[in-house]
Design a protein around this ligand. Structure first.
Ligand code: CMP
Length: 138
């Protein structure tokens, strides 16, 4: 079993898409083992997206991720990291495959509904960014 970190981003929450996205996640075989609804501080968002700090979109990304509430969650499944990346689709929804969450719901490369960890190593770091051990099921 592997774990990955997902975040339902502020556009997902503001557009009342939490239920639809969670339905897709659960029906694709992922078990939700932790979940919370929070508003990220600037410091926390900057820490989370540290790898992107030199990118031209960094400031906009921090504004967007702190613009409203989001829903981080920990998902468990065999091959969870890779399978969840497949389920969400390409960062740019215009390039995402049919049936993926971003193809279905995302409106732009920035407002792309959902985040998924890109490697098992980053999944561990990202899970620890949001959750302590006693908040995880099992
Ligand atoms: P995410 O998978 O969370 O990782 C970085 C985020 O930066 C990405 O989703 C988008 O929300 C945002 N972003 C905005 N512009 C770009 C871009 N040009 N390339 C990649 N990510 C971008």
């Amino acid at each position: 079993m592997e774990r990955t970190l997902a975040i339902l981003k502020p556009d997902c929450v503001q557009r009342n898409l939490i239920g639809k996205v969670i339905e897709k996640i659960e029906s694709s075989g992922f078990k939700i083992v932790a979940m919370k609804m929070i508003r990220l501080s600037k410091e926390s968002a900057k820490g989370f997206y540290e790898v992107h700090k030199e990118r031209p979109f960094f400031n906009d990304l921090i504004e967007y991720m702190t613009s409203g509430f989001c829903v981080p969650m920990v998902l468990e499944k065999e091959n969870a990291v890779e399978d969840f990346r497949k389920l969400i689709g390409a960062t740019d929804p215009a390039k995402a495959e049919e049936g993926t969450i971003r193809k279905l719901y995302a409106t732009s490369v920035q407002e792309n509904i959902v985040h998924g960890s890109d490697s098992p190593e980053n999944a561990v770091k990202e899970i620890n960014h949001f959750f302590s051990r006693h908040e995880l099921l099992g």
